[in-house]
Design a protein around this ligand. Structure first.
Ligand SMILES: Nc1ncnc2c1ncn2[C@@H]1O[C@H](COP(=O)(O)OP(=O)(O)OP(=O)(O)O)[C@@H](O)[C@H]1O
Ligand SMILES: [Mg+2]
Length: 307
């Protein structure tokens, strides 16, 4: 049984455009992902594709004006807002994308110690600071005294001492030096190997491939492919979706050819396949009907042409 399951998630926002004219943005639609114990799932996709909102939906911290549909399950149990608030920070820890999640009025050592739920909290904080190369005087600092990289390392520390079973890491590594990135990725791997699970949200496909077990590819608010990490090799012939193949080929060490066009705006999604306007394989069927996610080989794909 997966430790975390997201079924048919949708998130939309109603916004006033001009005067009383409302516009609905469907930022996430029919999204399915699951993570097993011991697994790292990397979530990759362009900016604005809904990755952070997925993380916030799981934790129950979507903005007030968001409407959510679908089901989120933890260890088989369907989550309610109350249950989400109980699990937040205890069973499910978030490493947020924004360092503004740190409490500006609390010294960072104390913030990390309050996140530790059992054992010797002071020892846990010191150990994790050492691991991420934060000097001992840093624990007495306030968030405004930290550099961007130090703030990120503090957020990593907070999740690592929490004792949670699932970590959702939303772009945890930008601005960190390569040694700390490697350390952070290594600690995610160790965390998963203990029987926990990690959802690693990132732009950095290459780093993700070094530690993840499977990759979920996001496009315009939904998953277009879920592939085991081994499929990312060669010319991408083992990959299923045209967008995943194009992402893979766009990497500098591959063909370095950018994908033509741009992602659709959430308030003006195409009627059929969300990728159809940019896809070389698109047919009339693709433009008319939104394809379902289907199992293909040992992965999943949302494309009628994929073989
Ligand atoms: N409070 C909000 N009100 C209206 N729209 C929002 C709100 N928050 C996010 N969105 C929209 O939802 C979409 C997805 O946002 P999200 O932050 O999940 O993207 P992302 O994939 O995490 O991007 P990035 O890689 O840049 O972090 C974007 O189009 C964004 O403009
Ligand atoms: Mg984000």
């Amino acid at each position: 049984m997966p430790i975390l399951e997201v079924e048919n998630l949708s998130v939309s926002f109603k916004q006033y455009k001009r005067g009383l004219i409302q516009e609905t943005s469907n930022v996430i639609s029919s999204l399915n992902v699951s993570i097993e114990k011991g697994e790292i799932l990397a979530v990759v996709g362009a900016s604005g594709s809904g990755k952070s909102l997925l993380a916030h939906a799981i934790l129950g911290i979507l903005p007030e004006n968001a409407r959510m549909g679908g089901v989120i399950k933890y260890a088989g149990e369907k989550l309610t807002p109350l249950r989400q608030s109980e699990l937040r920070g205890t069973e499910i820890a978030l490493i947020p994308q924004s360092v503004n999640f740190l409490d500006p009025l609390m010294r960072v050592g104390a913030q990390v110690r309050t996140s530790a739920k059992k054992g010797d909290k002071a020892a846990a904080q010191k150990e994790v600071f050492e691991r991420y190369h934060l000097k001992s005087n840093v624990e007495h600092m306030y968030p405004f005294q930290l550099s961007g990289g130090m703030a990120r390392r503090t957020l990593l520390s907070t999740a690592m001492v929490s004792g949670a079973s699932v970590i959702i890491a939303d772009e945890p590594t930008p601005g960190l030096d390569p040694v700390v990135i490697a350390e952070a990725l290594q600690s995610f791997r160790e965390f998963a190997d203990k029987g926990c699970a990690v959802m690693l949200i990132t732009h950095d496909i290459e780093s993700a491939l070094t530690i993840a077990d499977k990759i979920a590819v996001f496009y315009a608010g939904t998953t277009v492919e879920i592939a085991p990490v081994e499929n990312f090799q060669g010319n991408g012939e083992a990959l299923r979706h045209p967008y995943t193949k194009a992402l893979w080929r766009a990497l500098p060490q591959n063909d370095f050819i950018p994908i033509q066009g741009t992602s659709p705006h959430p308030s003006h999604l195409p009627q059929g396949c969300l990728f159809a306007p940019r896809c070389e394989m698109s047919s009339a069927d693709c433009r008319n009907t939104r394809p379902d996610m289907r199992t293909l080989r040992n992965g999943m794909v949302r494309c009628i042409h994929a073989t």
